[in-house]
Design a protein. Structure first.
Length: 272
């Protein structure tokens, strides 16, 4: 039986993600510009990232004023309830800036340090993914009738695996990432790059990818999508024996995860 608190957190995350997604989809100005940069001049924030995070934190705070926050655009508070919200209001900002459709709102709720609820809304797909710890992963969208329970793909041989990745915005890091991808490509079916970690993790959960890896992710990039992937039967981790972390995050169907992880370890994917 689902914990009533987790049900409450899920409903609130779904509502916040829906409203933020509507704002981002319907309120995008035609003359959208960069508001500021982060790690490099090409790692950007728009006014819409900031507005979406404010919408999410205001809505959640109105219902749960004692909860904490960790948000990409600066929301940070400890809280006193034992619940912390980990928020990426616009995952795939560069896609959004250019009018590409692959971007998402990612909201996770942690209880005593463990992710218990994850919601990822991809408005341009018309899809929303959600998971509660121990209750499976689910999605709604125009190609599915009602809620669809997600399950990752049966594992193919590694040379038939379709794997996605992403690239950091710091030149030295992305150069090394390109070298790792160059070594991987001959060993896989192919590599994809969507520009949204949250979407990639949900695509692993939905069976659209066999695996995903990336270096340089932050907690807000990972929290919701990692739970959704795991609840759909995927394995997630970082370097061997470690959880997903900034230096390396991997999600893949069982059977692909371990050989992919070993290759990434051998190729030094976790290094700058």
């Amino acid at each position: 039986m689902t914990d009533p608190l987790h049900t409450e957190l899920l409903k609130l995350a779904q509502e916040a993600a829906r409203r933020a997604g509507d704002l981002l989809r319907d309120g995008r100005p035609a003359d959208l510009e960069v508001a500021k940069t982060k790690s490099s001049p090409i790692d950007v924030v728009t006014e819409m990232d900031i507005a979406a995070e404010k919408l999410i934190t205001d809505l959640i705070s109105a219902h749960r004023p004692d909860d904490g926050f960790l948000g990409e655009e600066g929301a940070s508070s400890e809280g006193t309830s034992g619940v912390r919200w980990v928020i990426d209001p616009l995952d795939g900002t560069v896609n959004y800036l250019y009018g590409l459709p692959t971007w998402a709102v990612s909201i996770a709720a942690e209880q005593d340090g463990e992710t218990v609820v994850g919601v990822v809304a991809a408005p341009m797909r018309g899809e929303t993914y959600h998971a509660v710890r121990g209750e499976g992963a689910w999605a709604t969208g125009p190609t599915w009738s009602g809620d669809r329970e997600l399950a990752c793909r049966p594992a193919p041989p590694l040379d038939q695996a379709l794997v996605s990745t992403g690239f950091n915005y710091v030149l030295e890091v992305r150069t090394h990432q390109a070298e790792v991808a160059q070594r991987l490509i001959p060993l896989l079916r192919d590599i994809r790059r969507s520009g949204s970690a949250a979407v990639d993790l949900c695509d692993v959960a939905a069976g659209r990818l066999d695996g995903y890896y990336e270096r340089g992710l932050h907690p807000w990039d990972l929290a919701a999508g990692d739970l959704i992937a795991r609840e759909a039967g995927a394995l997630t981790g970082g370097r061997p024996g470690e959880r997903p972390a900034h230096h390396l995050a991997i999600a893949a169907t069982p059977g692909v995860f371990e050989p992919l992880q070993q290759l990434l370890e051998d190729f030094g994917a976790w290094r700058d």
